[in-house]
Design a protein around this ligand. Structure first.
Ligand code: 13P
Ligand code: SF4
Length: 321
């Protein structure tokens, strides 16, 4: 009989009292052995709530760090500690701090795709599924520093008609979608609904009828009666889309070089079933954060959780670090 790694992982989960949280960009086999699959906000919320002793986050490291910040008594495992994100890499702490210090009166609204260190000097964390609600809760007379994703920031700032000071970061996957090629593809498939993640460049976003987080895009495919979708986000999400709507045709939005598989996130795709099994067996690699850093980073994550659950928050008058 062929070796069944999924069965082994299920056994280990029970033995170790562990739960697996997976992001939509993981490979289908990983999504299928997870207890919860979702977007980055959902994973942070679930990570805060689950009761098991061990949480394995099959996603990228900043997602696991957020869980550790919010739920510090749990053992938080990742399949691969190298699974970073171009937005995290493009926003080093020292430079981000210098940028913040240039605008001490501003409120730093920071994408969850950031390091714990950058979160520790931010006022509030957002994800693409809650960004609008959070920005709308900030008094209109306050200046907003938005980072590290300039495309999400630009899209939001136009949508809310509010000026942001933008950090110049980008997702190395979403910026590769090509507007000219997308225009040509739409001409070939006039019946297709174009859906896009807000990390795409505005030249691509202009063609999308729905722009939103991974969970919003999935919801659209589930609810929209159309039979064809052009999808401008990472390919892992096709797994859930096709499960929910086996009757629809999903077309990947084009990138400039049609021969490459560039709309796969190289960090998300570092994870594998073998690495998940190893992590559960050995309790390694584990996310560890110094307590003083964790407590500072928790302030901005707590504001996100409070605003999204309808609790009142206060904003610091000035940045003093
Ligand atoms: P979501 O919060 O929409 O899942 O996005 C996370 C991400 O990394 C997109 O590239
Ligand atoms: Fe980061 Fe982009 Fe990968 Fe998302 S898809 S984890 S933003 S590099």
């Amino acid at each position: 009989m062929a070796y069944d790694i999924a069965a082994d992982i299920q056994r280990l989960k029970k033995e170790k009292n562990a739960v697996i949280l997976a992001h939509y960009y993981e490979d289908g086999d990983i999504q299928d052995i997870a207890d919860y699959v979702g977007d980055s906000f959902y994973l942070a919320k679930m990570g805060q709530q689950v009761q098991q002793d061990t949480i394995l986050l099959a996603g990228v490291v900043f997602m696991a760090e957020s869980v550790k910040i919010l739920n510090p008594t749990k053992t938080v495992l990742v399949p691969d500690m190298e699974a970073s994100c171009s937005l995290v890499k493009g926003a080093p702490y020292d430079k981000y701090l210098a940028w913040r210090r240039q605008h001490p009166d501003g409120i730093a609204v920071t994408y969850i795709n950031s390091s714990a260190e950058v979160k520790s000097i931010s006022d509030v964390i957002i994800t693409s599924s809650n960004a609008q609600q959070i920005v709308e809760s900030i008094p209109k007379d306050r200046k907003i520093l938005f980072g590290p994703d300039q495309h999400l920031g630009r899209w939001l700032s136009k949508k809310l008609d509010r000026e942001f000071v933008l950090w110049p970061g980008a997702c190395e996957v979403h910026v590769l979608f090509n507007a000219k090629k997308l225009y040509e593809l739409i001409a070939q498939h006039p019946d297709a609904v174009v859906i896009a993640h807000p990390e795409c460049d505005e030249s691509v976003l202009q063609y999308a009828s729905v722009i939103g987080s991974t969970s919003r895009l999935l919801e659209e495919v589930q609810k929209n009666p159309a039979k064809k979708f052009i999808v401008a986000t990472e390919t892992g999400i096709f797994h859930q889309m096709q499960k929910l709507r086996p009757d629809v045709e999903l077309i990947q939005a084009p990138v400039m070089d049609s021969g490459c598989s560039c709309n796969n996130c190289p960090y998300m795709k570092m994870n594998s079933m073998e690495k998940i099994k190893y992590a559960l067996e050995t309790a390694k690699p584990q996310v560890g954060l110094e307590e003083s850093l964790r407590l500072k980073a928790k302030v901005s994550l707590d504001r996100m959780m409070d605003i999204t659950s309808g609790k009142p928050v206060t904003w610091p008058a000035e940045f003093t670090v």
